[in-house]
Write a protein that binds this ligand. Structure first.
Ligand SMILES: NC(=O)c1ccc[n+]([C@@H]2O[C@H](COP(=O)([O-])OP(=O)(O)OC[C@H]3O[C@@H](n4cnc5c(N)ncnc54)[C@H](OP(=O)(O)O)[C@@H]3O)[C@@H](O)[C@H]2O)c1
Length: 166
């Protein structure tokens, strides 16, 4: 099973502020939906609260250290390894770690792929994508998306794969 990270980050690596994503880019949300549809998503409890509901067509696995945490339409896992096992047992081919910062940090050392949207702005942020060594990652796709009427900020989408298995 492939372990993928999917994230949108600004020019300083900012990914969120006050438990929200600081921008609204429908083109990026559409890509997120297309890439993740039919797969398991692993996310932190804070990101789950921020989204507020299960995403249709995908199975959400929420990480929390609180085994009593109440969820609707999603599974709870106490560790990244347990979350990965749930997706593996279900026979998924690719599982997506969708944030936030704490969960990206956990997954980065063992991730196989990253789908990163580099948003061309510097926003007020209180959570950041973890630092990674670009030398360990091969860029297999890069696409520019200029700002337009529906998407007020331009972004660059990059698909990276790890050069050597973790
Ligand atoms: N730009 C993007 O692409 C993007 C994507 C997703 C999220 N975000 C943003 O990121 C922010 C949220 O990120 P965050 O780092 O604050 O929170 P988070 O990663 O979403 O969730 C953190 C929570 O996950 C649980 N957790 C963390 N490590 C764990 C471990 N080892 N084992 C079990 N559970 C663990 C804990 O839950 P308990 O406290 O319940 O134990 C912890 O409080 C928001 O602003 C959100 O909008 C941005």
């Amino acid at each position: 099973m492939i372990l993928s990270i999917i994230a949108a980050l600004d020019e300083e690596g900012g990914i969120g502020f006050k438990n929200q994503i600081p921008w609204h880019l429908p083109v990026d949300l559409g890509r997120f939906k297309k890439l993740t549809m039919g797969h398991h998503l692993i996310l932190g409890r804070k990101t789950y609260q921020s989204i507020g509901k299960p995403l249709p067509g995908r199975r959400m696995i929420v990480l929390s250290r609180n085994p009593e945490y109440k969820l609707t339409g999603s599974r709870l896992a106490g560790s990244l390894q347990d979350a990965l096992q749930i997706a593996r047992d279900a026979g998924d081919s690719e599982v997506f770690v969708i944030g936030g910062a704490e969960i990206y940090q956990l997954a980065l050392p063992i991730a196989d792929r990253m789908y990163l949207s580099h948003v061309h702005t510097t926003s007020k942020a209180d959570v950041y994508f973890p630092a990674y060594d670009a030398d360990n990652w091969l860029k297999i796709c890069e696409q520019e998306f200029p700002a337009d009427q529906a998407n007020p900020i331009g972004h660059t989408f990059r698909h990276l794969i790890r050069k050597i298995s973790p």
